[in-house]
Design a protein around this ligand. Structure first.
Ligand code: BES
Ligand code: MN
Ligand code: MN
Length: 452
């Protein structure tokens, strides 16, 4: 029944999603503030059309949060759906094969910024809800909380959650903002990494200098910063910040073995990335390196002259944005502190260093023995014909740990993207098949969850 409903409304679902994808809701770009709000309004409107009894835009000092609910019976269980309608900046624009906010379908995939992360996945929930209300299949209460600041660190969500515990009361959180292994191998994410995101500024001379007149005689902050960054990994790919690994939980051999049973093809992985060789922490497989190990990476580095041609200059300043992915039990505030202390300590006297913490969040592990997880597993089995494999993803959704802490609620991470969907990259895309199967799987989840 659901399948027929989706099939006969599929084109409209896609047309609506395209409309949402055309709104450039880039939360990081203050010039896009109105567009971000328009995306929130769009979601609100569509939730109303799909049959919620209450919906509001909850204002924050930043972008608004869409909250909606359909309470069919206060005595029935409640699912709180979380997602985000904001997207990453589309840059670099010249690498897109079609404009990021003009969705097109190619080879069964929707190309647009946010198609997978997370508008396409949020919209599956809106349409699954529509299908269930129209077909009178809704068997539990639903609340929606769709935010507009996820891609910039969910700055105001913590306050909102803490101040609205009653409103957000539910039995479980359901999120589609992660990936499956492949269309042939469904999976459910059971772990996410945490994050600590820093910016550093290294100052050498008090002004840019002629690199001939002064070069060789004074510290070049870019040279110094590069050396400092290099020193933060040893030859085995371990992070050298003292105390960095202190709280990291080492998995048992059997847990590691189980984790490595998930299908993974190194050659296909390298090919997809256009790389001849990969590298990472010694002693761990690729799945472990992204799933259960913490990391340190430079996200951006700048300073000096980067314009056309040449300019002989010895820069006054050098900057870098450095993020650390964290694993369960590492505290992001501790790590931020350890980084700061270490970074200041390795700076030579020839430069001045400023360290700023930008944002962060805790890692999360979700239970696999809960009613909700079992319902998600059964839903995949029903729709995909295969039992989903539990996986640990490398990305972060800091709100998951916050939900547990503030509301005492566990989350089910039922995402339908693919790692190869180019999230945060040029040419982000999302399979129409993933979208359709996602809607079906979500409705199956509700069926199994309310039966349990
Ligand atoms: N949806 C992603 C997180 C993700 C992607 C989890 C793929 C698992 C698999 C989310 O929108 C995201 O990008 N999160 C940020 C963190 C945030 C604090 C900016 C991230 O992981 O970089
Ligand atoms: Mn996301
Ligand atoms: Mn993202």
């Amino acid at each position: 029944m659901v399948k027929e409903y989706i099939e006969s409304n599929k084109q409209r679902f896609l047309d609506e999603l395209f409309e949402l994808l055309r709104i450039p809701s880039v939360s990081a770009d203050s010039k896009k503030k109105n567009d971000v709000r328009n995306a929130a309004e769009f979601i609100k409107e569509k939730l109303v059309a799909a049959g919620v009894d209450k919906v509001e835009l909850c204002e924050t000092p930043g972008h608004p949060i869409v909250f909606a609910e359909k309470i069919i019976d206060p005595l029935m269980p409640t699912v709180l759906v979380y997602g985000h309608y904001d997207v990453q900046p589309p840059d670099p624009l010249d690498l897109w094969h079609s404009p990021p906010f003009e969705p097109v379908v190619k080879d069964g995939k929707i190309y647009a910024r946010g198609s997978c992360d997370d508008k396409g996945q949020v919209y599956m929930h809106v349409k699954a809800f529509e299908a269930m209300t129209k077909l009178k299949l809704l068997s539990c209460n639903i609340k929606f909380m769709i935010e507009g600041e996820e891609e910039v660190g969910s700055e105001h969500l913590g306050t909102f959650v803490a101040a609205n515990k009653e409103k957000l009361k539910a039995d479980v959180i359901l999120i589609s903002d992660t990936a499956i292994i492949s269309l042939d191998t469904p999976s459910i994410t059971v772990g996410l990494r945490g994050l600590s995101y820093m910016e550093v500024e290294v100052t050498g001379p008090n002004r840019d200098l002629h690199s001939g007149v002064y070069g060789g005689a004074v510290a070049n902050p870019i040279n110094v910063l590069s050396k400092m960054i290099t020193s933060m990994h040893d030859e085995n790919g371990h992070v050298t910040i003292p105390g960095f690994y202190d709280k990291v939980v080492e998995l048992s051999t059997s847990d590691r073995e189980a984790m490595n049973k998930a299908p993974f093809n190194l050659d296909a992985y390298k090919k997809e990335l256009g790389m001849d060789e990969i590298q990472g922490e010694k002693g761990y497989t690729t799945l472990e390196r992204t799933g259960i190990r913490p990391t340190l990476d430079v996200n951006g580095i700048w300073g000096g002259y980067t314009g056309e041609g040449t300019k002989t200059v010895l820069p006054s300043k050098a900057y870098a944005k450095i993020s650390m992915r964290l694993v369960p039990n590492q505290d992001n505030k501790d790590i931020t502190e350890l980084f700061t202390k270490h970074f200041l300590s390795i700076a030579p006297k020839s430069v001045k260093v400023k360290v700023t913490a930008l944002h962060g969040g805790q890692a999360a592990i979700t239970p696999t023995d809960s009613k909700a997880f079992k319902a998600a597993s059964a839903a995949f089995e029903e729709v995909w014909g295969k039992r989903p494999i539990p996986t640990r993803d490398g990305g972060s959704i800091p709100i998951v740990a916050l939900f547990k802490k503030e509301l005492g609620l566990d989350t089910v991470l039922m995402g339908f993207g693919l790692d190869s969907d180019a999230l945060h990259s040029p040419n982000e895309h999302y399979g129409i098949k993933n979208f359709v199967l996602g809607i079906e799987t979500i409705t199956a989840f509700y069926k199994h969850f309310s039966k349990a």
